[in-house]
Write a protein that binds this ligand. Structure first.
Ligand code: FES
Length: 140
């Protein structure tokens, strides 16, 4: 390790990863995508070193223990809530956190909770319907 670089351990999807010789200002996005090969995460994540000690879950780690789709993911498929798929990991992860925090979501709660996620393909109606169904199911 050089004087300008740092090394640290991150727990991602339940697995500990050593990040060696990283720049202190290296983004979490860069570490996840280019050092760990987890490309489901898109631009929007802040500094990787700021997350040390946190348990990070990416779309690659968001599934049932047997690897099957979660009810939220199944609802996205059922409602056709994706087209190109670029935004889908972000919507799924944000929706999972929203449902976990409040399983009794109204449509307004969902729209407000998803305000930071952008989709240029779907027009949002199908995404909202999928999240609403998953929230109503109460299993996320
Ligand atoms: Fe293409 Fe959302 S499905 S950006």
């Amino acid at each position: 390790m050089t004087a300008d670089r740092i090394s640290y351990r991150l727990t991602v999807n339940g697995t500990a990863h050593e990040v060696r010789d990283a720049w202190p200002h290296e983004t979490l996005l860069h570490v996840l995508r280019f050092r760990l090969g987890l490309t489901g995460t898109k631009y929007g994540c802040e500094l990787a070193a700021a997350t040390v000690g946190s348990a990070i879950t990416t779309i690659e780690g968001y599934n049932n223990p047997n690897g099957s789709l979660t009810p939220l993911q199944r609802a996205f498929v059922k409602h056709g809530a994706l087209q190109c798929g670029y935004c889908t990991p972000g919507f799924v992860m944000s929706a999972a956190a929203l449902i976990a925090a409040n399983p009794e979501l109204s449509e307004d709660d969902i729209r407000e909770g998803m305000v930071g996620n952008l989709c240029r393909c779907t027009g949002y109606g199908r995404i909202i319907a999928a999240i609403k169904e998953a929230a109503g199911d109460g299993s996320e």
